[in-house]
Design a protein around this ligand. Sequence first.
Ligand SMILES: *Cc1c(COP(=O)(O)O)cnc(C)c1O
Length: 408
Amino acid sequence: MLNRGYYQGFGGAFLPEILYATFDELEETFRAAKNDPDFWRNYEQLMSSYSCRPTPLTFAENLTRHFGGARIYIKREDLNHTGAHKANNVMGQGLLVKRMGKNRVIAETGAGQHGVATATMAAKFGFDCTIYMGEVDVERQRPNVFWMERLGAKVVPVLDGTRILKDAINEAFRDWVSNMDTTHYVLGTACGPHPFPEMVSWFQSIIGTEARRQILAVEGKLPARIYACVGGGSNAMGIFSGFFDDPVELVGVEAGGQGLDSGKHASRLCSKDASVGVAQGYKTYFLQNFEGQMKETHSIAAGLDYIGVSPILAYHKETGRVRFEAATDDEVVAATALTIRKEGVIPALESAHAFVQAFKEAPALSPEDIVIVNQSGRGDKDIFTVADAFNDPEWQKFIIKKAKAYNA
Ligand SMILES: *Cc1c(COP(=O)(O)O)cnc(C)c1O
């Protein structure tokens, strides 16, 4: 839409010269794919046979009755293979890797979800796969590390810096520089240097295209509002993409953590703690101090715990096309519990941020109005966090007993 990956000053590609050729190749391949209707048809075919697409749009009848305002619909990205919208992005990039004739993929992962999705794609396509993960995250996310290794990926713990996501990103770029001929870096969200924000958003736009068609088919009209959680911004960009040209209010919900005044959150677009800068190859709002040092972030939802945000969303923040809000950890736990109990669906803690805001606003809307909440993923993965948040005593006994069995 704009000059080489710039969204009114946000975005761009700040790269070491050695990566220029690889980025040119990626951009060319992506452009050709975008202009080739067969590519998208193959992508849709792959996603329907491997990842349950189109995902349903579920009417949340009980929640609608409970709040007594707008009719609440849920877009079910939790039903994707591996349990979240991340499948849309990694499978799409997998098809591009084949087109480029490469045979190895690398990725960074914090919580491990993107690592599992990438390792799954690599197993399916027969690619070699290396996943970089901060050592601290490797220790925190053992179940995901276990699955990545079973899927055939080599998981490399990164010992540099604070040993978390940002250090893993640096290491992945280092690998890429040395292995460009064979290797593609599968970036996990709508961030990073151009063309990643546009490319990832394009693959995720499958969500919004389906949702628009589905809501028109069942209700015969457009929703008043759409809610999506915002980590890097890919599921939000995905569902919003179907509605940018419509009179539909788009609401992105960030991780408010322990409150925007606590310093313990991951809100880049709603808090005073973020400012515009360049890092990790692109320009956007970062949670950084005045010297450009990245701050520590916090969220109960590991997938929202990130210092940057999609430059395309930063741009939509400036233009006002998207409204941004934040939900706190406590609000998220309450909304998760209510959604499970009322609808029998288990939203990921990330997705529950979007539910929080929808629940705040639905009662004030008319019963004629429709809202759609993007349920970006399923919450089964969160059992350790949720059981702790609910202080479930039987769960605690279970964990202790397991640990004892290993000590014996
Ligand atoms: C990774 C993840 C997110 C955050 O990523 P975005 O790029 O902001 O969409 C949100 N929800 C779930 C379930 C995730 O796994």
